[in-house]
Ligand binder design. Sequence first.
Ligand code: PMP
Length: 339
Amino acid sequence: MHKVFDNILQTIGDTPLVRLNRVVAGMPCPVYAKIEYGNPGNSIKDRMALKMLEVAEQEGKIKPGGTIIEGTSGNTGMGLAIAAIIKGYKCIFTTTDKQSKEKIDILKAMGAEVIVCPTNVEPEDPRSYYSVSKRLAKEVPNSWYVNQYDNLANRLAHYEQTGPEIWNQTDGKVTHVVVASGTGGTITGIGQYLKEQNPNVKMWAIDTYGSLLKKWFDTGEIDMKEVHPYISEGFGEDFVPENYDRNVIDHFEKVTDKDGAVMARRIAKEEGIFVGYSAGSVIAGLLQLKAQLSKDDLVVVIFHDHGSRYVGKIYNDEWMLERGFLDVETVKDLIGGLG
Ligand code: PMP
């Protein structure tokens, strides 16, 4: 037998780095994408989910047979659910009624209990998904409340794994890393590691309109006037999680909901890489910053997750049309062309 694994957790990480060709045409330097949907839960979040659980075990925060509790409907939930199955824990996730039934069913398929809470209540309201998960963490015996935002094992996963992988895969030639940023774990962990190897490596974070992260980075201010609902998924925040270390980040760039969605579709069609929303936003943001790059640079971007999570959204023409992300003529041409 060649390389075989004892269980699915051992397949987390060591993801491929793939050169982008068409969507970055006209860039002065090569751009490589770290394809994180190759992880067993189809996203980069498997890395931090497992790391947070391992650290909690070491610190005695969870004992055998215990229950993992987190407010999540997304990639972190999937990563935690997989780790829980292999290690013998239960999972209870709280989420909001805004989330698609599919996402909830996926987590249930992986053995998690999912509690659906109302969206339109303040975080402090006892019915909010945030309050419910905190209450459960107090009530359920031998339970551990993960809190991916402030749990520093999140960024540690990227300091220990993702950062070194990028350094080794590029033979230390990487000059820029571009990352869509939410909890801050990915950009901070990678940045901490890479800047220890070469302090000149630039870390560029991608933010979205409706998030306060860029304003906070640029001014130090927590400006709630920046915050409004947005369509981009998986990144941007309405507060600043503890995982951020602004010393290892060089720039925040905002990308519109439309530009991210349109670019994700282009990555799928032109590169054959079926990515999630934030991958589109990362490339759209990188193109906005093109003038700052030169021929000797080597850019690495993170593609956080897989397009299958977004088939009813960015990969659905009606959904794109309703939001003005696609014009009717393009779709008509397409239908005409097919007819
Ligand atoms: N993109 C996607 C699809 C994600 O799920 C996440 C995690 N919320 C991010 C980007 C941002 O990563 P991080 O939370 O590590 O900043």
